[in-house]
Design a protein around this ligand. Structure first.
Ligand code: NDP
Ligand code: OXD
Length: 314
């Protein structure tokens, strides 16, 4: 009985070490050491090679090492077994830290003060809006969006959120569906994107959407934060919107192409803050434990949790 660990783009060694310790009853194989395909019961993956999972005749479940599953669903030869994704308080807390940090970075103009410090400039004549004056709109009100929205609301930001299906939450104005999107954008100074990448959301962060954001908010223009997926954004439209004033600034953790190409104008744009797709890393200590618990529960006959709806794509 074996577990396939197929990880690309991340260091696989810490994962191998943890799964070997947590699940000693299984032989751990990788795409390179895989010989007996019929022995593999579970696949634990991050960006697995297309076609690999279809070669495992006795596969019972696929575990994504991330919260997003677009890296699995993009495989055209995916076998018909359940896919479980990461929902874990460690990952959720990390994402909320990134969102709060970046909302505060724009609210408190930290980049301006960095520039001033480099030039030995003491100037405190700028406007300082309060959090209560700056409206945040969160695209995606799932595991990550809900936690981030609650933490932003606790800081005093007026928070709204948008989802596919209707929701309610204390202290958050909830919007859903296409009409709800326009209504939320009309009251958004900082737009935070925590959507999954699906056929319905691909390219949603585009010029038409930016044009619906107010230009007269207390930050002097709208701010975009995207930590969902790069495929949600049209980068040429972001650069054009920053140059035209439709956007005043952006914090981006994810990109159309990763690593972000050296010649991308986003690297050098003074109004853009870039992080290398690490807003919420999957830390092996937390996530290997959560996946191992799922496998052991499945072996006891318990239902898998956090199973992806393939039709919706998330
Ligand atoms: P969830 O599945 O819990 O939540 C997704 C939310 O998006 C739900 O509220 C859902 O609506 C909403 N949604 C999906 N499609 C649409 C649509 N077409 N229109 C309106 N709303 C829509 O996901 P998580 O919160 O756990 O994660 C979100 C994404 O964050 C991941 O898919 C991944 O891409 C990204 N991520 C990025 C990381 C990073 O480090 N940058 C780390 C972890 C995740 P409804 O509630 O009605 O279903
Ligand atoms: C994820 C990610 O989906 O790290 O968890 O991007």
């Amino acid at each position: 009985m074996s577990l396939l660990l197929a990880i690309s783009g991340w260091d696989a060694a810490p994962w191998r070490k943890r799964f070997a310790a947590l699940l000693p009853g299984y032989a751990l194989v990788t795409p390179e050491t895989l010989v007996d395909r019929a022995a593999v019961r579970y696949a634990i993956v991050w960006r697995p090679p297309h076609g690999l999972l279809a070669e495992l005749p006795r596969l019972e479940a696929i575990f994504s090492l991330g919260a997003g599953v677009d890296h699995i669903l993009s495989d055209p030869h995916l076998p018909d077994v359940p896919i479980a994704r990461v929902v874990d308080p460690d990952l959720t807390a990390r994402m909320s830290e990134w969102v709060v940090l970046n909302c505060l970075t724009h609210l408190r103009q930290t980049r301006r003060y960095e520039r001033q410090q480099r030039g030995l400039v003491w100037a405190d004549d700028d406007d300082q809006p309060a959090a209560r004056d700056v409206r945040v709109g969160v695209l995606g009100f799932g595991e990550l969006g809900r936690d981030a929205a609650a933490k932003l609301a606790a800081l005093g930001f007026p928070v709204a959120a948008w989802s596919a299906s209707p929701k309610t939450a204390p202290g958050v104005a909830c919007f859903d569906g296409p009409a709800g999107l326009d209504a939320m954008l009309a009251r958004t100074d900082i737009l935070v994107c925590l959507l999954p990448l699906t056929a319905a959301t691909r390219g949603i962060l585009n010029a038409a959407l930016f044009a619906k954001l107010p230009r007269d908010g207390r930050l002097g223009g709208a701010i975009l934060l995207n930590a969902g997926r790069g495929g949600l954004q049209v980068e040429a439209d972001i650069v054009a919107a920053l140059d035209s004033g439709a956007l005043k600034g952006a914090s981006l953790d994810v990109f159309e192409t990763e690593p972000l190409p050296q010649d991308s104008p986003l690297w050098r744009h003074p109004a853009v803050f870039v992080t290398p797709h690490n807003a919420a890393i999957s830390h092996p200590d937390a996530i290997a434990r959560a996946v191992a618990e799922q496998i052991l529960a499945h072996e006891r006959g318990e239902p898998l949790r956090h199973v992806v709806d393939r039709k919706r794509g998330y």
